[in-house]
Design a protein around this ligand. Structure first.
Ligand SMILES: Cc1cc2nc3c(=O)[nH]c(=O)nc-3n(C[C@H](O)[C@H](O)[C@H](O)COP(=O)(O)OP(=O)(O)OC[C@H]3O[C@@H](n4cnc5c(N)ncnc54)[C@H](O)[C@@H]3O)c2cc1C
Length: 445
């Protein structure tokens, strides 16, 4: 990917960052950099800085790297992704890395099942329903939306999505991008369509977990991460920037790249001296960031029809995803519930009763199958103080907040991470990488 000469590199163009074009950049900066957060954007920023010969240190609050890339090994006969899973688009740096990491992709995703009007239906059965077809047509029109920035719920109501399939609309639209219809903005949804510039494919890896790709592609950067260092304050009032973690360790550098999830910034978990400009603190609050979780349920046998891919429920959980249909498992007895937005908040509030709610909804959709339940794993991104949510989305009023955050402060503070991508690729791995690239280009230009 990189073609270097001393102090000068050819980087993928951020103007068309998904495409494999290049941009010549000359380095005008020779100082040191601190990167806060060892998710994909922090790791990638360190990698690019290293290519320029710029020294960086990554400070990570948790005891692991990867952030919202988190692979669960040992619970099933394949590696389960608790965070990012699909490789969205084939024209991206992330896609290239995954290929370079030896990944092979599943060839088909299995057939969907839909629960509505009191029964489960396959695609053919569902497509005999007028309301279902109308809903699909309305979803297909979102890329051409020309109205005002109302919520997806308002849009669906005005467009004529019928009550009996409203939950499927939510599952296919807002839930897939980390929120729910009553909060997701239509401008944001339309912007998501811009992701198509990175290609229209969505691929699942079948032979390895994403963590192993990170370990392989970022081995040098991972070796330089300081773990268990939760940053609480950043002082950029002097010539150098000093950052302090929760046990009082102080680090200093010329510039800092902040890659923590936007929810961490919204909650003011990190204080700034001087305070952030109003433009930036306002922009941080305008970006949508909801609770979300994945619940992996293990059964003693497959309790759904063979070759099933996604199952759309009608309760709190909009989507269940099977595994063997994705060619990952030989046993096909693990089901992943994916729930974001208001439903995730309701589910999270169930406490120990959460799994009973999940099993009850599985029973409703698939019949009395919960007697085959064995075990489960809950990954609740919203309740984790190092994330405070699942992935950013644009609510009505988000406007150009992401663009504001791409602007450095005093040539010392740079924001990166998925929420800072302002070209429609927020909420993705490749978007997070592109935001890191952009912050480095801003830094060295
Ligand atoms: C459930 C789920 C499903 C997803 N599915 C997909 C998908 O299929 N395809 C796709 O492309 N993307 C998907 N995404 C989105 C993708 O995972 C993210 O966009 C991307 O991983 C974000 O990377 P990041 O570096 O911006 O942030 P993160 O990965 O969140 O990294 C930020 C890091 O900052 C650390 N941190 C927090 N606070 C502090 C602090 N005070 N001090 C120091 N460190 C701190 C965190 O511990 C974390 O390691 C999904 C995300 C989730 C949660």
């Amino acid at each position: 990917m990189f073609y270097g000469t001393t102090g000068m590199l050819f980087l993928p163009s951020i103007l068309s960052a998904c495409k494999k074009t290049t941009l010549q950049n000359e380095n005008n900066f020779t100082g040191e950099v601190i990167i806060i957060g060892a998710g994909i954007s922090g790791l990638y920023a360190a990698k690019i800085l290293n290519e320029f010969g710029i020294k960086s240190t990554i400070l990570e609050a948790s005891d692991r790297v990867g952030g919202r890339i988190k692979t669960l090994s040992g619970f099933a006969d394949f590696d389960i992704e608790l965070g990012a899973d699909e490789i969205i688009g084939e024209n991206s740096m992330w896609h290239d890395m995954v290929i370079a990491g030896g990944a092979s992709f599943v060839s088909q995703a299995g057939s969907p099942l839909y629960y509505f009007n009191g029964s489960i239906k396959n695609e053919i059965e569902a497509s005999q329903n007028t309301f279902f077809n109308t809903m699909n047509n309305i979803i297909a029109s979102i890329g051409d939306y020309a109205g005002s920035d109302v919520t997806a719920e308002v849009f669906a109501n005005l467009s004529g999505v019928s009550d009996n399939v409203f939950h499927i609309f939510n599952a296919k639209v807002a839930n897939t991008v980390g929120s729910c219809d009553e909060r997701m903005g239509m401008f944001g949804l339309r912007t998501v369509e811009e992701r198509r510039t990175s290609g229209t494919t969505k691929k699942f890896i079948k032979n390895k977990g994403l963590k192993s790709i990170l370990d392989q592609q970022f081995s040098k950067e991972i070796g330089n991460v300081i773990l268990n260092s939760r940053i609480q304050s950043i002082d950029y009032s002097g010539a150098k920037v000093t950052v302090t973690d929760e046990v009082g360790n102080v680090y200093s550098a010329d510039k800092v790249i902040i890659t923590v999830p936007i929810g961490v910034l919204q909650n003011n978990d990190i204080t700034f001296t001087p305070e952030l400009p109003v433009s930036h603190s306002y922009a941080i609050q305008q970006i949508g960031f909801d609770q979300g979780m994945k619940i992996i349920v293990q059964f003693d046998e497959r309790v759904w029809p063979t070759n099933t891919g996604v199952i759309y429920g009608s309760g709190l959980i909009p989507e269940f995803r099977t595994t063997a249909a994705l060619e990952r498992s030989t046993e096909d007895r693990w089901l992943t519930a994916i729930v974001n937005g208001a439903n995730a908040e309701t589910l999270s509030a169930q406490g120990d009763g959460l799994i009973d709610v999940v099993l009850g909804e599985i029973d409703q959709v698939l019949g009395e199958v919960s007697m085959h339940y064995v075990d489960h794993v809950i990954q609740n991104w919203g309740s984790d103080p190092l994330f405070r949510g699942v992935m950013s989305y644009s609510k009505p009023g988000t406007g150009n907040s992401r663009t504001t955050l791409t602007q450095p402060i005093n040539n010392k503070i740079y924001f990166a991470g998925e929420a800072v991508h302002d070209g429609g690729h927020h909420g993705t791995v490749h978007g997070a990488m592109e935001s890191a690239l952009r912050s480095v280009i801003n830094m060295i230009s």
